[in-house]
Design a protein around this ligand. Structure first.
Ligand code: SME
Length: 154
C-alpha cells in the first residue's frame, strides 16, 4: 500500500466519526506529504470563498476570495481542479507566500454544487501531478458532507 492509499483509509475513518473532520483532514495531509507546504479548505459563502481550516507555517491574508478571482476562484467557478506548475507564470495567481512555487486547487462538490475547495501551495515547482489530483479529488469526495467545520452537515 502506498502513502496515499494509507492516507485515504485514515481519512475515511476520520470522515466516519464525530468531531472537526475538516481540520483533522487538513492536519493529516499537511503532516504526511512533504510537498504540501501550506494547505487550507475554502468554503463557498454566497459569491465568495471563505477560508476554513488550514495548516502551514504562516497565515494567509487571502481569507476571502471572490469566486472567479485567483486560481482558487477559477477552480470554484469551473468546478474543475486547477494545477499550476509555476505560480509566478500564471497571471491569475494571488500571492500568499514568497516561497510558493506551485499550487493545486481541488473543488469539493455536494449535490451537484461546488461547496468548497482544497487549496495546496508547494515550495517545490511542479509539485502536483495526476496522482495528487486523483488522490485529492477522492479526499474531496470523502469530506464533501462535512463542509461546515465542526458540524455534522450531512
Ligand atoms: N494562491 C491562491 C490564493 C490563496 S493562497 O494560496 C492561500 C490563488 O491564486 O487563488
Amino acid at each position: 500500500m502506498d502513502e496515499r492509499e494509507a492516507a485515504l483509509i485514515e481519512i475515511e475513518a476520520i470522515a466516519g466519526r464525530d468531531g472537526d473532520v475538516l481540520q483533522r483532514v487538513v492536519d493529516l495531509l499537511h503532516e504526511r506529504f512533504e510537498d504540501y507546504s501550506w494547505l487550507g479548505i475554502y468554503l463557498v459563502e454566497g459569491s465568495d470563498l471563505v477560508l476554513g481550516p488550514w495548516k502551514g507555517p504562516q497565515a494567509t491574508e487571502h481569507v476571502r476570495i471572490p469566486v472567479g478571482q485567483g486560481i482558487c476562484g477559477a477552480a470554484a467557478a469551473s468546478g474543475e481542479t486547477e494545477i499550476v506548475d509555476d505560480v509566478n507564470a500564471d497571471p491569475r495567481y494571488l500571492a500568499c507566500f514568497p516561497s510558493t512555487r506551485s499550487e493545486i486547487v481541488v473543488p469539493i462538490a455536494h449535490e451537484g454544487r461546488v461547496v468548497g475547495e482544497i487549496d495546496i501551495d508547494s515550495d517545490r515547482p511542479g509539485a502536483f501531478g495526476a496522482v495528487d489530483r486523483a488522490f485529492l479529488e477522492h479526499v474531496a469526495e470523502l469530506i464533501s458532507p462535512y463542509r461546515l467545520a465542526g458540524r455534522q452537515a450531512r
